[in-house]
Design a protein. Structure first.
Lengths: 568, 170
């Protein structure tokens, strides 16, 4: 038995902040998951007990709570753990840390009150604008303000990571940056650079417009600013999962990371390439030239590279672990892996689904094929594999391993925990596969009731009825899986601290350590400089063009709230 | 930097794969001629569509066997398209000009690869060719408000011999 203290005992105050963040993440995923199932059943016409208008409120809440709150609350928590663990020191000022934790929670609550405002009598707040909030569809100012405070909170979290590293560096001037800290810092640099788009969109354009200080906004400019952030934010969600795959999954497999230097190269590539890709969400937008779209297409395709490198390193590390556990043969070593441990199976299955999601992403990135899938239900089929499983299921797996270390309580309801990742995998297979196929028929996304008098969809493989049934079935299985997860976590959290927590936070060194890679990899400012340069090359001219064409505030047509129903 | 031989091979294959993906897209654009929507449509004042070609949307003849179709998307219909179908002759080139009078909409012709955003202030311009007569459905694929799910229209491709420009715009 290890005599090493748990994380909670070593860093009680940082552990407390992390517990707050994870609690906020779990509440978000629970409510958002329920809404997800209700949408799946509504859209497929199996269960309808609310109006079309409420469908879009629920869709807005699902997107905001899953894509912003569950992911970002979780990832700032994972990074907080990773930075303090790998630097072996807590955040310097617990009051400052709790300050940004509460700021993020306050921002999230303000945004949610606005979204649900239409259901609260006497509250003049509305935000049926979905999580992309494209202008000139308008939400109440508190929607934008809440999101802005939430993002500012994430910036301050990054400051905590950096200053903990700066203080460590003074004590260890000649050491390489520990790998987990390196990953958190490069990801935060990417986030500082990429969140500028939505920060400008919200603070300079949408918030003043929503309050009524400015009359119009330029719809294409706000949309382009959104997508400047909107694709990089996908990597902001994904990179904590990569951190876990690189540093925790090899240990859970029974081995060690294959290559530390290549892990650093991968994170540097994500810092460089994550932001100058946003126009690939706008291939079918007028007002942006084909040339700029083509440049973005090439940067998007190159971002496949770090993920392919990751696939090799992570699988090689797992194989190394399996062979340490007695695994043999070309493929039969797979059987030697601890598939009964939910923290392992969740991450491994998440990685497998990410491979499928990566391939559908390469199709989305193809400028000419995109006509066929753009804004069809293929797209949510794609991102429920990537963010919905690669990120979501990895975070669940990490929770099974981290919550005991953060609370000092062993995991309970372990049989339910053992089943949960597999149930998620099966549910997502049904739902995502059917969504992809339905998308190929032209079935649109974000629609309460995709049945039309004038239009019918023709399945290439399978019928529409069969696809809708699979979407509904998958949605229900996913929600049941989520309930199992929340039951395990809640029971664990409410349990007693009764000795051995049965996991330890020790992470063995990589087979090929940082000394095998050049020191220049750790020069964060160099990589940040190149990243800024790439953003200027890809975005400066098109943004100048957009502002030149229609001005900063543009000429959007009057005030058109999304909830006004006006036919004819 | 010390990289395992197998991993070097893998990275090499990955690079070729990425270049291959870019090559297929390039071929699609240059070889097969599938152009991406660009900024050729220009801009328009969405508060003053009346004094633009969108003031009188519909089908125009712009050349021998070449037609232009001006479409305005609104909450929650297409003008023309909803109620009265857009009618064009088979075997001709058709250039679409699509804009929005209010919020962002989509313009998707089901069973074809016609798919475009309709953004207020911007004109989406793209040219398509219909080989054979057919009846297609048009749907809005960008959330545009509570009536979004019902926003639809029709596009009829009729034989050359049955096409009459005046009737198409009635």
């Amino acid at each position: 038995m290890s005599t090493k203290q748990t994380y909670r005992d070593e860093f009680p105050e940082t552990a407390r902040a992390i517990r707050y963040l994870l609690a906020a993440a779990f509440v978000s995923v629970g409510v958002a998951g329920l809404f997800g199932m209700l949408q799946a059943l509504f859209r497929t016409d199996y269960l309808r007990f609310f109006s079309n208008s409420d469908y879009y409120t629920i869709l807005t809440a699902h997107g905001v709570m899953m894509a912003y709150f569950f992911t970002i609350f979780s990832l700032v928590a994972i990074f907080a753990w990773a930075v303090t663990r790998s630097l072996d020191r807590p955040f310097p000022n617990p009051k400052f840390t709790m300050g940004w934790v509460w700021l993020m929670i306050f921002g999230a609550v303000l945004t949610l009150i606005t979204i649900f405002g239409k259901w609260i009598p006497g509250l003049p707040l509305k935000a049926d604008v979905l999580y992309t909030f494209y202008a000139p569809m308008k939400a109440s100012p508190t929607f934008y303000l809440g999101l802005a405070l939430f993002v500012v909170g994430s910036w301050l979290a990054g400051y905590d990571y950096f200053r903990t590293w700066w203080s460590w560096k003074q004590d260890n001037p000649d050491e390489r940056i520990p790998l987990q800290t390196f990953m958190a810092l490069t990801t935060m640099l990417m986030w500082y650079l990429s969140s500028l788009g939505v920060a400008i969109e919200v603070l300079v354009l949408l918030l003043p417009w929503s309050i009524g200080i400015v009359k119009d906004v330029n719809p294409l400019l706000t949309r382009s600013l959104f997508w400047y952030t909107g694709h990089a934010i996908v990597y902001f969600w994904l990179l904590p999962a990569y951190l876990l795959w690189y540093t925790v999954l090899p240990k859970l497999s029974g081995g060690r990371l294959f290559s530390d230097p290549l892990a650093r190269v991968v994170f540097v590539l994500f810092l460089l390439l994550s932001t100058p890709v946003g126009f690939h969400h706008q291939y079918l937008d007028p007002g942006i030239s084909q040339g700029f779209k083509f440049v973005t297409m090439t940067t998007t395709m190159f971002i496949v590279l770090p993920s392919l490198v990751t696939a090799f390193t992570v699988v090689a590390s797992m194989e190394h672990g399996a062979r340490q556990r007695g695994g043999k043969g070309y493929l039969s070593w797979l059987r030697a892996l601890p598939w009964e441990k939910p923290e392992f199976s969740a991450m491994a299955l998440a990685g497998l689904m990410f491979a499928a999601g990566g391939f559908s992403g390469m199709i989305n990135a193809g400028m000419n094929i995109d006509y066929r899938v753009h804004n069809t239900i293929w797209i949510p089929g794609h991102f429920h594999l990537t963010v919905g499983t690669a990120v979501g299921l990895t975070l669940m797996g990490a929770s099974y391993w981290l919550i005991p270390q953060l609370t000092g309580k062993r995991l309970r309801l372990t049989k339910l925990a053992m089943v949960q990742p597999y149930l998620w995998f099966v549910g997502m297979t049904f739902m995502s596969n059917a969504m992809h196929r339905a998308g190929l028929t032209g079935d649109p996304r974000r629609t309460a009731d995709p049945t039309y008098q004038d239009v019918s969809f023709h399945g290439i493989v399978g019928s529409m009825g069969e696809m809708r049934m699979q979407i509904a079935l998958g949605g229900v299985l996913l929600f049941v899986s989520l309930l199992l997860f929340l039951a395990v976590i809640t029971r664990t959290w409410l349990g007693e601290r009764d000795g051995d927590i049965r996991v330890n936070g020790v992470i063995p060194p990589a087979l090929s350590g940082p000394e095998d890679g050049p020191r220049v990899l750790d020069n964060l400012w160099l990589w940040m400089g190149i990243a800024i340069l790439l953003v200027i090359i890809v975005y400066a001219i098109p943004f100048a063009g957009l502002i030149g064409q229609s001005g900063l505030f543009g000429s959007s047509p009057g005030v058109v709230p999304g909830w006004i129903l006006s036919f004819g | 930097m010390d990289i395992h031989r197998y991993e070097k091979i893998w990275i090499g294959i990955s690079l070729l794969f990425v270049l291959g993906l870019i090559a297929t897209v390039t071929y699609g654009a240059v070889g097969a001629g599938v152009k991406t929507i660009g900024n050729q449509g220009g801009t328009v004042n969405p508060n003053d569509l009346q004094n633009t070609p969108f003031g009188n949307p519909g089908v125009r003849k712009v050349g021998p066997n070449h037609y232009a179709v001006y479409v305005v998307a609104r909450q929650f219909y297409y003008q023309p398209g909803t109620g009265k179908p857009i009618t064009v002759p088979a075997g001709s080139d058709v250039t679409f000009y699509v804009t929005s009078a209010d919020v962002i909409h989509g313009f998707e012709v089901v069973d074809t690869n016609i798919n475009s955003m309709a953004i207020p202030g911007e004109v989406s311009k793209f040219t398509v060719h219909f080989d054979k007569p057919a009846k297609y459905g048009i749907i809005c694929n960008e959330y545009c408000g509570v009536g979004h799910g019902s926003m639809q229209g029709r596009l009829n491709v009729v034989p050359q011999s049955q096409f009459n420009l005046t009737e198409a715009n009635q």
